[in-house]
Design a protein around this ligand. Structure first.
Ligand code: GDP
Ligand code: MN
Length: 391
């Protein structure tokens, strides 16, 4: 789960990371009020969306009067911000963060990520702040500093100091750098984050180390033990199809094609998507019903996929081990009886209770296309979809 910049800053500042003073605004008037409340004579108005790259597309504005703050705010609020991280649909701007502007001497990139190779939290930093990490690794790979953190002892002060030296931060600022890095690490670990990114971390004109931007992502599977973080979820920033699935406890990834897929297990999902592509189709999603799915759960999954306007054909592909083919068949049949669809539905069942499952489908009298193998299922769903769209 992602959160907004101002929320990430609030969390990090509780762990000792220095951030600019700021206030949240939902309207242009409130933005101007925030500026007056903060005082000073330069402010930054920042669109709060779950994506970076805002600066390049007008989502970060420097203002010199409270009237300018108000004008910048009215231009941003309610509009869709399209950055290289949002996808072509963009993300709606409903909240703004107004901060007192900071004078920047140097910009540094700092990221804490889960490194799958070493299976540890790793610091990735670069003296080339302000640039996106993708650009840094493409253009200035030599500038990247890495430090792998041993989970048994956590981030050690000497390691943080080494990172600071490697970034050529002045010795007089080492202590502040260490405090910042330790704070990010503790926030990452204690809150079950999967990513903390500060870009840029700046050295200010008055020699402070300040997080000017902040991004945090959390492990969805650990959210149950962080109710305060779960509450930060902002559905306006999510793919509506994925939010609806998450509300139902289903694992769903929205894609761009036309064929809805209901499968069990991530491996089978990958294989199903590949096979659909091989047969000449494009998957509209990836929906995993998990193990031991009851007919009700299968029904929920099926309703969710068919409610997606993009979906023009549905493939149910279940390789049942813990699952039961009869339950899957029952779930599909129940939904189709209650809410008939006018798009082709292909079902391929294999494994536990497959005969019972096939029998339920066959005896339902519903126009369900059955297939014995994955290849056959993919061919038939693509073929049925092509016939349907031609008709
Ligand atoms: P992003 O484009 O979504 O990553 O948004 P950022 O929060 O990183 O802001 C983009 C850029 O705006 C930063 O890299 C800074 O160069 C600039 N910026 C943001 N806040 C300030 C500030 O307080 N003072 C100054 N001078 N520049 C700022
Ligand atoms: Mn940034």
């Amino acid at each position: 789960m992602d959160i907004h910049e101002y929320q990430a800053k609030e969390i990090l500042s509780a762990f000792g990371v220095d951030t600019p003073r700021g206030g949240l605004a939902y309207s242009p008037e409130q933005a101007a009020y925030r500026a007056r409340e903060l005082g000073g004579n330069k402010w930054i108005v920042k669109a709060q969306v779950h994506a970076g790259g805002r600066g390049k597309v007008g989502g970060v504005q420097l203002c010199e009067t409270d009237q300018e703050v108000q004008d910048a705010a009215s231009k941003m609020l309610g509009r869709k911000l399209v950055t290289h991280q949002t996808g072509p649909e963009g993300k709606g701007v409903y909240r703004l963060y107004v901060e007192g502007a900071v004078q920047i001497d140097r910009e540094i990139y700092v990221g804490f990520v889960l490194d799958r190779t070493t299976q540890r939290i790793m610091i990735v930093a670069s003296a080339e702040g302000g640039m996106e990490i993708e650009d840094i690794s493409a253009n200035r790979p030599d500038s990247i500093v890495r430090a792998v953190i041993d989970p048994a002892v956590g981030l050690r002060e000497f390691q943080a100091r080494e990172v600071s030296f490697a970034l050529k931060v002045e010795p007089s600022l080492t202590q502040q750098m260490v405090r910042t890095l330790m704070g990010c690490y503790r926030a990452f670990r204690d809150r079950d984050a999967t990513m903390v990114e500060i870009n840029p971390l700046v050295i200010t004109g008055d020699n402070r180390v300040v997080a000017l931007d902040a991004k945090m992502t959390f492990d969805d599977n650990a959210l149950f033990r962080h109710p305060a973080i779960s509450e930060l979820r902002d559905k306006s920033q999510e793919d509506p199809r994925e939010s609806r699935a998450a509300d139902r406890g289903l694992s769903y990834v929205g894609l761009e094609g036309k064929i809805g897929c209901i499968v069990n297990g991530a491996g089978l999902a990958m294989a199903t998507m590949d096979t659909i592509k091989l047969s000449g189709g494009e998957p509209a999603n990836f929906l995993d019903i998990g193990g031991g799915a009851t007919p009700e759960r299968v029904g929920k999954a099926f309703r969710l996929v068919k409610s997606d306007d993009k979906v023009q054909a549905i493939l149910v592909n279940i390789f049942a081990g813990i699952n039961r083919c009869d339950w899957v068949a029952e779930g599909v049949v129940q939904v189709l009886r209650e809410e008939p669809v006018d798009i082709p539905v292909v079902v391929r069942l294999s494994g536990t209770n497959v005969e019972e499952g096939q029998k339920i489908l066959a005896e339902s009298g519903l126009p369900i296309i059955r297939a014995a193998t994955l290849k056959e299922a993919a061919d038939r769903v693509v073929e049925a979809w092509q016939n349907e769209t031609k008709a």
